[in-house]
Structure formats: structure tokens, C-alpha cells
Write a protein that binds this ligand. Structure first.
Ligand code: AMP
Length: 391
């Protein structure tokens, strides 16, 4: 490892080797900090950019302890960090966000109970542990409803919509591992939403809090496709989304970065409302546009919070922006790279490549961000840039 860039400062620690870890490393470097990445893969996106890397399994607690002892604090880029791994890191120094937030974010039952307890609005739900409980919960919540595994789902995996009671046995069997075990699930009322938005929030160890967004999100095949800011919901709903995120941050006494994903319901008698879908205790794909669109990005905030620094009072929106994900589908069928030259020098457009060697359909390989005069124009520019890459 190289000499620390500032005497007395050890590297920041990052658990996880993907693109979120890579962008954390880049942000930490911009603050003069080095980063030690811990991940099983020797040549992942974060390891490529890191100053030091430990290649070991998250369950190798001896390696985890050596890693934690070499850094000033540990953050992570995925929420399924095993509890024992986080606890081993916490023996040596701060883990941000803390184990309390991880435990809640890893289990949808804990998450919903926590949010309800904090007075945060969410859709009606029930914990279900068997087919019989699912049938009863379906009668209570009504159809359609959405069944999700309590643990381990992402990007729409581990969930299924039920349209009527006849689907109960199939839906239950669908989400079970099929080896005789029954994994716990939650059933949620299906929300009739007009939009999905996220608010990224950060809180430093001194209590300073900032939020980004709300950011408008559209998905394709359950994977985030395009994000844009401002979300264009109108002042009242946007303020409500921010207030809900601040409520979540306060309830956790968070230190670090967290994403709150929300539904904006369709208008009913009481008007459209913000309902929280889920939280992620880390920077989020929808916040990638904060790198160019704001003075302070979600990754810069993660590094600042971890290093004990103070957040500014506002992240400082520079211009409306949009982000379009580049999935493996943008690569040719034979793995031919996109036409990077086709968008080089486009005004306001920035490309991020994650350094993954193999492109597969659905795999997040990079993203483009476009800044423009309005969010609408930024979306058009980001989507056009992506299309030009494919051409
Ligand atoms: P999740 O894994 O919880 O983020 O869900 C993935 C996507 O499924 C969300 O972004 C929504 O588009 C959709 N979804 C999840 N839960 C619900 C729900 N209760 N009602 C309507 N749509 C949902």
C-alpha cells in the first residue's frame, strides 16, 4: 500500500466490491482519503480503484478484523452484510450506517415494523410464514397484493403479484426454496401509484443532515432505467417526500447515507400521498446523478460522514439532471463494446464505466448522466446518448 496521503489518517474502509464501492473510492480520493476495499472478488469495480484490497469472504472474520483494524471506519455498498461481519468491524471503529440500520434494512418485516413505529406512512402489510397465513392476509388486505420474501430480494427478485385468492398456493410455492423449508415473507397491498421517487439522505456524526431529491425513477423489468431531478411533483408533495426521509433518518439516529424509496399514490379523496416502499442504508443507483448534478454527491457525503467530517447545509443542486443505466444489453450480442466515440464531447453528458469485464443482459455496466435546462430535456439527452452508444 502507498503512504497515506495525509499523515495520521488511515484509509476509509469499504465492504463490497461493486460499482457503488468504486464511486465511493473516487469520491474519497477527491477528499484526499485513501480507501481499503474488502470483497471476495480480486478484480471487481471497487478493487480496481482502491488503494488497498483484501480478497476474502465476508464470513472470514479473522480477515474482517484485520481489515477493520487497518482503517478509520467502515461503510458498505450492499445491505446484506452479515450481522457478524458488521459486528466484527464495529469492534475496531465506527460502522456507518450502524448495525441497527443494517438489521432493519435486511428484513422487510423489521423494516415495516420500524417504519410504522416511527410514524412513517407505508402501505398496509402483514408478515406471513405459511400458505394458510398468506390466504388469511390476502383476505384481510384484499387483491391485488404483492408477496415478497422477507430477506434477500432485490431488483424485483423474490416477489410476486397475487391477483386473486386462487393464486395463493402458486404464489407461496413460487417464493419458497423448494427444499421443504418455509422462508418468511411479507404481503403488501398493491399501491396504485402515479410515480416512484427516491430521496437520498445523509446525516453526519455531529447531527447535520442533507437530502437530495426527490428523484423521479422509472424501471424496466424491475431494474432502475432512468432517474431525473427535479421530480416535478409540485412543491407540496416534494416537501412531503423530503420530510418523510428526514423522519426515517431521525428515527434511526443515522450516521451515513441512506435511500428512501417511495410511491406517490394517485389522487383520492385525501389527495396523492407519499408511501415509503423500502429503504437502502447506502448510496443508491437513483442517486448516481448527484455526482454531476450537485456540489455534494451521495458518495462524497458517505466518505465525509465516515471520516467524521461535517456535511454542508445543502447539497447544492447545480442543474436539472437525468441518469440512464447502461446494462449489458447495450453491448453487442458478441460482447462488442458500445460506441463510446458516438457521445464523446456531448454537452452536459458524462459517462461512468464500472470496469466489469463481462457484459450480460441485465447486468449494470455503467451509466450516463445528462445535465440540462430542465429535467425533461435531461431525460431526453440521457436516453439519446444511451441510444447512440448502441447504434
Ligand atoms: P422492491 O423490490 O420492493 O423495491 O419492488 C420493486 C418494484 O416493484 C417497485 O419499484 C415497484 O415498481 C414494484 N412494487 C413493489 N411493491 C409494490 C407494491 N406494494 N405496490 C405496487 N408496486 C410495487
Amino acid at each position: 500500500m502507498q503512504e497515506p496521503s495525509r499523515p495520521g489518517l488511515r484509509p476509509l474502509g469499504m465492504l463490497g466490491g461493486g460499482q457503488l464501492g468504486r464511486m465511493f473510492v473516487q469520491a474519497a480520493h477527491a477528499q484526499g482519503r485513501e480507501v481499503h476495499v474488502f470483497s471476495p472478488d480480486a478484480d471487481g469495480p471497487a478493487a480496481q480503484a482502491a488503494d488497498a484490497h483484501t480478497a476474502a469472504g465476508y464470513d472470514d472474520l479473522d480477515a474482517v478484523r484485520r481489515f477493520a483494524a487497518s482503517v478509520d471506519g467502515v461503510s458498505y455498498e450492499f445491505e446484506n452484510v452479515p450481522a457478524a461481519t458488521a459486528a466484527a468491524c464495529a469492534e475496531a471503529g465506527p460502522v456507518r450506517p450502524g448495525g441497527n440500520v443494517l438489521a432493519v434494512a435486511q428484513d422487510r418485516r423489521e423494516e415495516k415494523a420500524f417504519l410504522e413505529g416511527a410514524g412513517v406512512p407505508i402501505a398496509p402489510w402483514a408478515a406471513v410464514g405459511s400458505e394458510a397465513e398468506l390466504a388469511a392476509a390476502g383476505r384481510r388486505l384484499g387483491f391485488p397484493c404483492v408477496l415478497k420474501t422477507a430477506r434477500g430480494g432485490y431488483d424485483g427478485k423474490g416477489q410476486r403479484v397475487l391477483h386473486d385468492a386462487a393464486e395463493v398456493p402458486y404464489a407461496w410455492a413460487d417464493l419458497q426454496p423448494g427444499d421443504g423449508r418455509e422462508v418468511p415473507c411479507v404481503l403488501e397491498a398493491r399501491v396504485d401509484f402515479q410515480a416512484e421517487v427516491s430521496v437520498i439522505a445523509a446525516r453526519d456524526a455531529h447531527g447535520g443532515t442533507v437530502t437530495w431529491g426527490p428523484i423521479a425513477n422509472s424501471h424496466r423489468n424491475h431494474i432502475l432505467d432512468v432517474s431525473a431531478v427535479p421530480a416535478g411533483l409540485g412543491d407540496a408533495l416534494e416537501a412531503e417526500a423530503v420530510a418523510v426521509a428526514e423522519q426515517v433518518v431521525a428515527a434511526f439516529e443515522l450516521v451515513g447515507v441512506l435511500c428512501v424509496e417511495c410511491f406517490v399514490t394517485r389522487s383520492d379523496a385525501s389527495g396523492p400521498r407519499i408511501l415509503v416502499n423500502e429503504i437502502a442504508p447506502r448510496p443508491h443507483n437513483s442517486g448516481h446523478l448527484t455526482i454531476e448534478a450537485y456540489e455534494l454527491s451521495q458518495f462524497a457525503a458517505q466518505a465525509l460522514c465516515l471520516g467524521g467530517g461535517r456535511l454542508p447545509s445543502s447539497p447544492g443542486l447545480r442543474r436539472p439532471a437525468a441518469m440512464a443505466n447502461l446494462l449489458g444489453d447495450v453491448w453487442g450480442k458478441g460482447g462488442e463494446p458500445p460506441r463510446w466515440d458516438a457521445i464523446a464531447g456531448r454537452e452536459g453528458v458524462t459517462v461512468h464505466r464500472y470496469g466489469k469485464a463481462v457484459a450480460r443482459p441485465g447486468r449494470k455496466m455503467g451509466h450516463v448522466t445528462a445535465l440540462a435546462g430542465t429535467a425533461h430535456e435531461a431525460v431526453r439527452n440521457a436516453v439519446e446518448a444511451r441510444a447512440a452508444l448502441r447504434a
